[in-house]
Design a protein around this ligand. Structure first.
Ligand SMILES: [Zn+2]
Ligand SMILES: [Zn+2]
Length: 342
């Protein structure tokens, strides 16, 4: 099979083609696994974190990609959920132990044996991949393969972060950063909490305009203060300044949820501007959202179908994965990048 393979960790600025096209043997499914013929795979910011070593794969070479849509090509001898030809999706959670406290309570994203698709196991930048059938999801018919792919990560983790904020209808939600995940959160919030007001902080005027189009009541630059205090905030940026700046708009007792697998170090000094009375005093909380549990993916896919969330998609061929990654890092074009794989 054709695959785009990561052989080496390094800065994308120094090496703009970190992935190499390779011809590999087709993977063979284990007894509880399915073999999936991949048709679409989303390109995620987390891949940049893997390539640049902020969340490095434990073994190289590895095939990246964790927003995978395809069809079941073969089923292991002990599978029962899917049949050949079924359309399935695979997200960031590749497997977990199934026995620990976290797994048993449905927070298998926190399991110490959590394995990530396209990092700890080969992912979807390839014609085929295998996965345990319990870690694959049916995709609602309303979505095309390309539309469904970005929902599997940005959407599902956005759903989990919205859940972790504890937002109630009628309250104010802030979003700092307005990329793929945040724009899906805005749509979800407007549907689930029709009386909640959404305020957006983004440094890019185009993103601010886009958020207003989607129903944000206010959009300002990163360091501005929102015109009303916010009950909760979700941060989806890779850096620190937006966190510090957003905290001043947070209500007493409010919660800021950081949705980022790793923060870049470039502006870490900004944390020294944290002023306890302004940013943290009065029981303000900071929480992170880690990965996704399977229920987040399932519930989000159902919700997305119900409200017809259709991400805007920018399409690339598998062989163009490097270009997609560089554009993701350097150019802010709205819409989710997806590889089409034949
Ligand atoms: Zn992702
Ligand atoms: Zn576990």
């Amino acid at each position: 099979m054709k695959a785009m393979v990561l052989n080496q960790i390094g800065s994308l600025e120094e090496n703009k083609t970190p992935l190499e096209l390779a011809d590999l043997p087709d993977p063979v499914p284990g007894e509880k696994e399915i073999l999936v013929k991949v048709s679409a795979c989303g390109v995620c910011h987390t891949e940049l974190d893997e390539i640049e070593g902020r969340t490095p794969p434990p073994r190289l070479p590895v095939i990246l990609g964790h927003q995978v849509v395809g069809r079941v090509e073969e089923t292991g001898s002990k599978t029962s959920t899917f049949k050949i030809g079924d359309r399935v999706g695979i997200g960031w959670i590749y497997s977990a132990c199934g026995k620990c406290r976290f797994c048993l309570e449905g927070n298998e994203n926190l399991c110490k044996d959590f394995k990530a698709t396209g990092r700890d196991a080969n992912g979807g930048y390839a014609q085929y991949m295998t996965v345990l059938e319990d870690f694959a999801y049916r995709i609602p018919d309303v979505f095309s393969d390309l539309e469904a792919a970005p929902l599997l990560c940005a959407g599902a983790i956005g759903y989990r972060s919205l859940r972790l904020t504890g937002l109630k209808d009628g309250q104010n939600l802030g979003l700092t950063g307005f990329g793929a995940s945040a724009h899906l959160v805005l749509k979800m919030a407007r549907h689930k909490y029709p009386n909640a007001k959404v305020f957006v902080f983004a440094r890019n005027p185009k993103e601010r305009a886009f958020s207003r189009e989607l129903g944000a009541v206010w959009a300002g630059d990163t360091e501005e203060e929102s015109p009303e205090k916010l009950d909760c905030i979700i941060d989806t940026t890779p850096v620190w300044k937006p966190v510090v700046e957003a905290l001043k708009s947070l209500e007493p007792g409010g919660r800021l949820v950081i949705n980022a697998i790793r923060k870049e170090e470039v502006d870490k000094e900004y944390l020294l501007r944290l002023d306890y009375p302004t940013h943290l005093w009065l029981e303000k909380e900071i929480k992170t959202v880690a990965n996704v549990a399977r229920n987040d993916v399932r519930e989000f896919l159902g919700l997305a179908a119900e409200i017809r969330i259709k991400p805007e998609v920018q399409e690339f061929a598998l062989e163009e994965a490097n270009r997609a990654l560089v554009e993701l890092k350097t150019r802010k074009i709205r819409g989710a990048k997806v590889l089409r794989i034949d």
